[in-house]
Design a protein around this ligand. Structure first.
Ligand SMILES: [Zn+2]
Length: 242
């Protein structure tokens, strides 16, 4: 994994082995707010799941609302800032082992609103968190963070936009594979389409297609090679359609 990585929202539907591929423990999740939230939520879910790490998982952790999970802490700004005394108790509790999950997830929402004192206080923990802790600094404006904070984080960029419901109804997966249409936004539509189909039918093939959309997107983003991305996706698609 590079130090800056682009993630398709909706992110990987099944366990992508993020940790194994070098996911850091201090993450800066950037992008538009709706997508950053989706990505942070996916991370929170996967890092605290106690069982299958799939969207269908119904383990104790996956069934629990994020806000009520004992190993997920979400810090929100109050009156447009995040003060040091909001962060302090969380950091002081970091050495309490997770109650349920393999990991503990600390989600700082609108992280750019941390005061300078908060950011400086956070620095040390960002540098050497206990092995089971992951920080996600979620922000649309990473420029609002101190350079010292940014430089300690691995950047995960959530993009691109979620397609409108109408767009999705009109989406024709077959058309995606014609030369003019094979674009990153098209792949995102495919991901959503496959997700919807999976939800409606429960067919594993659509789950694979959803995942393949993610891989194709990564390929396209990484080297701009549409042919490889198209081949990846088309293989899975033709398999599903059989
Ligand atoms: Zn689970």
């Amino acid at each position: 994994m590079k130090s800056s990585d682009t993630y398709l929202a909706p992110w990987p539907p099944v366990d992508q082995g993020w940790r194994e591929r070098g996911l850091g423990q201090a993450l800066l999740v950037t992008g538009e707010s709706a997508q950053t939230r989706l990505l942070a939520e996916a991370l929170a879910r996967q890092l605290t799941c106690e069982d299958a790490k799939t969207p269908a998982c119904s383990c104790r952790s996956c069934s629990r609302a994020l806000a009520e999970h004992p190993d997920i802490v979400v810090i929100h700004p109050e009156k447009n800032r995040i003060r040091r005394d909001q962060i302090e108790p969380v950091l002081q509790n970091l050495y309490r082992l997770p109650l349920w999950s393999p990991g503990q997830f600390v989600w700082i929402e609108q992280a750019e609103l941390m005061t300078e004192a908060s950011q400086n206080y956070l620095l040390k923990s960002l540098e050497e968190p206990p092995g089971y802790v992951t920080f996600a600094l979620v922000t649309e404006q990473s420029a609002g963070l101190l350079e010292t904070v940014r430089s300690r984080c691995q950047v995960l960029r959530a993009q691109p936009g979620v397609p409108q419901e109408r767009t999705l109804q009109e989406f024709n997966p077959r058309q995606l594979f014609t030369r003019d249409h094979f674009t990153a936004p098209g792949i995102v539509d495919m991901a959503y389409w496959a997700r919807e189909r999976y939800r409606q039918t429960g067919q594993e093939g659509y789950l694979s297609l959803w995942e393949a959309s993610y891989q194709a997107f990564r390929h396209l983003e990484a080297n701009g090679n549409a042919d490889i991305a198209k081949e990846i996706l088309h293989n899975v698609y033709s398999h599903v359609q059989r």
